[in-house]
Design a protein around this ligand. Sequence first.
Ligand code: ADP
Length: 261
Amino acid sequence: VKRSKSAKDTRIIAIINQKGGVGKSTTAVNLAAALGEQGRKTLIVDFDPQGNSTSGFGIEKEDLDHCIYDALLNDVPAESLVLDTNCKKVFVIPATIQLAGAEIELVSAIARETRLKDLLEPIQDEFDFIFIDCPPSLGLLTINALTAADSVLIPIQCEYYALEGVTKLLESMKMVKSRLNKGLDTYGVLMTMYDSRTSLSNQVVEEVQSYFGDKAFKTLIPRTVKISEAPSFGEPVITYAPQNKGAKAYMNLAKEVIKRA
Ligand code: ADP
């Protein structure tokens, strides 16, 4: 599948790790908010049926008539699904639990691996960055994300067995690369929930840096209470507690992300 190079050089980045709870949605929401603050128009495609990057902006999932599912399987144009958020220059295509059904419904669908790529094409030039917040699995939704993206951002939690499953993830990427998306690249590897006081966290940082080299972002995302409580206020930590060190870390990450573009 050949990617038609967008005139604007939009970066389409899948935030991926088949482990749950490693900080994918948190990173989607806060990195997007930080990029928006820095003048980059950003879209999050919520591609996780849990819809955490939708509710992270205070969007009430129960009130939505449509979500990304309708674009994937019911031919609703993506354009009509884009919602504005309370953050500067940040937009979301929401997900609801309805998306959970897509994993099975896609199996028998025509062009099942390229549906996300196809539906984003008419709108992608509108944005500087598009992040796809992937579900915690390597199923068809994730294959769609890897096919639509030009690169991946892999969050890794600074915890025991941090790198467990990474080989499997890289294998999936390789498979998509050879069959569906030749240009797929690694944008960066992000260490999340870092606690400088523990030797475990520092061990993980060393491990990740030696495994991924330059691909590892210099910015480490610290574990902070404000980051974890911000979603219950329907805000990214960037606006909820801009002075928090987690907010500052995501602002720094945004700078690194812009530099790499
Ligand atoms: P995933 O999308 O990979 O499942 P989440 O982003 O939802 O992971 O994060 C899992 C949980 O950890 C959430 O409750 C979130 O608020 C919390 N969390 C994520 N990053 C941090 C952090 N840096 N500090 C504190 N809590 C965090």
